[in-house]
Design a binder for this molecule. Structure first.
Ligand SMILES: C[S@@+](CC[C@H](N)C(=O)[O-])C[C@H]1O[C@@H](n2cnc3c(N)ncnc32)[C@H](O)[C@@H]1O
Length: 415
């Protein structure tokens, strides 16, 4: 580590002191999902300060805490063997995540830290055998956070810790659900020197080894409250910056998702608008067709009305014709009756004519006799009477002819 403080001897030296550099390094995994962001500056500083020979992390996920440790190894040029152990499947507290989390980290890890670090995809228990007892200088326990799980992790890995060992516990200040690190942390604080950060869900620094580096010893033995608070506040403040960047990244990702969703919605809206336009056009066509149908209905209605008027007229004409028929029928009946009486009268007249003819014959005979007889004056009288009778007879004949004619014509109209 280059000591910038050696360059000058002013009051500004403290601001440029190389010991502070790890606090200001830009973290390796900026913007990725993690609850560890507020501790990254401390993680970088701690590794640079204690220079562990072997570093093991139980629970790595996106590699935010592990990236902080490894970044210090790279930047400080340390001879540290690092191992990250995780199933990379998630758990009940971290949630279960996609396979891409492992593959993305692996690519990044191999490119940046492959020369001194190994990603061990295993359960914590399954990887224990790969580490010699008393070999680990820095152990970070950040797996499942129930009391039982974290207690088991600490106890099972305890034999692997060296005499310089420092153990970090995340989530020492989470008191919800079945999170139980706080409880184990309370127990361990009774057994080992420790330092606690309260921010960022709590980070516990446990000085397990008897020969932990002096800086850790000092940290774990701070009794002066102002000093303790200064360290807590400064790390909280400087760590917050990366948490904000992470939250920004989350917001940007959410914004991207929303923009994508908006774009999808936009195209859906455009297609719906198209459909709407088509429907409106179709509706207009239907309305036009409806108007046509209405017009033809109106035309039919008026035709119907005309037909009904025509029908009413025909009915009236029919009624008139019926009345006329009845009148004619009555007239015919009357004519018939009259014809019958005329026929009877004709028969009567014919009979009378016959009688007249007969009496005429008699008279003629009598006239012949009278011509032979001398009484000429009497004959003359008789002749005059005959002449009268003849005229009456002719008049009767005319009368009969007229009646017969009437009879014939009334017979025709009856048929
Ligand atoms: C809280 S996350 C780790 C967070 C990480 N240290 C960071 O900086 O963001 C816990 C991780 O531990 C892993 N894990 C939990 N229990 C485990 C077990 N018994 N064996 C292996 N991995 C485990 C999960 O897969 C998960 O990735």
């Amino acid at each position: 580590m280059e000591d910038l403080s050696l360059r000058t001897n002013s009051g500004l030296d403290i601001l440029t002191a190389s010991e502070l550099s790890p606090l200001f390094w830009r973290p390796a995994r900026v913007g990725l999902v993690s609850a560890w962001w507020e501790h990254v500056p401390f993680g970088q500083w701690l590794v640079a300060a204690i220079r562990p020979r072997t570093l093991v992390e139980l629970g790595t996920h996106n590699g935010v805490s592990y990236g902080a440790f490894c970044e210090a190894v790279v930047r400080e040029g340390l001879d540290t063997q690092c191992s990250a152990i995780d199933t990379w499947q998630g758990d009940e507290h971290a949630g279960h995540y996609a396979e891409s989390v492992f593959s993305e980290l692996k690519v990044f890890h191999d490119a940046h830290y492959g020369s001194f670090s190994t990603m061990i995809r295993s359960t914590f228990d399954g990887a224990i055998e790969y580490f010699a007892d008393g070999s680990i200088d820095l152990l970070h326990i950040d797996g499942l956070h129930s009391y039982e799980a974290v207690h088991h992790d600490f106890e099972s890995w305890f034999p692997k810790l060296s005499d310089r060992a420092v153990v970090l516990f995340h989530d020492t200040n989470v008191r919800t659900g079945d999170f139980g690190v706080w409880r184990l942390w309370g127990e361990l604080q009774e057994r080992f020197p420790s330092f606690s950060f309260v921010h960022g869900n709590g980070l516990g620094v446990l000085a397990v080894g008897e020969s932990v580096p002096s800086v850790v010893k000092e940290l774990c033995s701070i009794s002066e409250l102002t000093r303790l608070n200064a360290i807590r506040e400064r790390f909280a403040l400087i760590g917050e910056r990366w948490n904000m960047e992470y939250r920004d990244a989350v917001r940007v990702a959410e914004l991207g998702k929303r923009e994508h969703a908006n774009a999808v919605l936009g195209s859906e809206i455009a297609s719906l608008k198209d459909q709407l336009t088509h429907r409106v056009e179709h509706g207009a066509q239907l309305e036009q067709a409806l108007e046509g149908v209405k017009a033809s209905h109106r035309e039919r209605d008026s035709m119907l009305q005309a037909k009904e008027a025509e029908l009413a007229l025909l009915r009236a004409q029919l009624a008139d014709a019926e009345r006329t028929r009845l009148t004619l029928h009555t007239a015919v009946q009357q004519q018939r009756d009259r014809g019958d009486s005329l026929a009877a009268r004709i028969d009567e007249l014919k009979a009378w004519g016959k009688d007249l003819m007969a009496s005429n014959d008699v008279i003629r005979a009598e006239l012949v006799d009278m011509r032979r007889a001398p009484e000429k004056n009497e004959l003359h009288q008789i002749r005059q009477e005959m002449s009268v009778w003849r005229k009456e007879h002719e008049a009767l004949q005319v009368n009969v002819s007229v009646l017969e004619e009437q009879l014939r014509s009334s017979g025709k109209s009856r048929s």
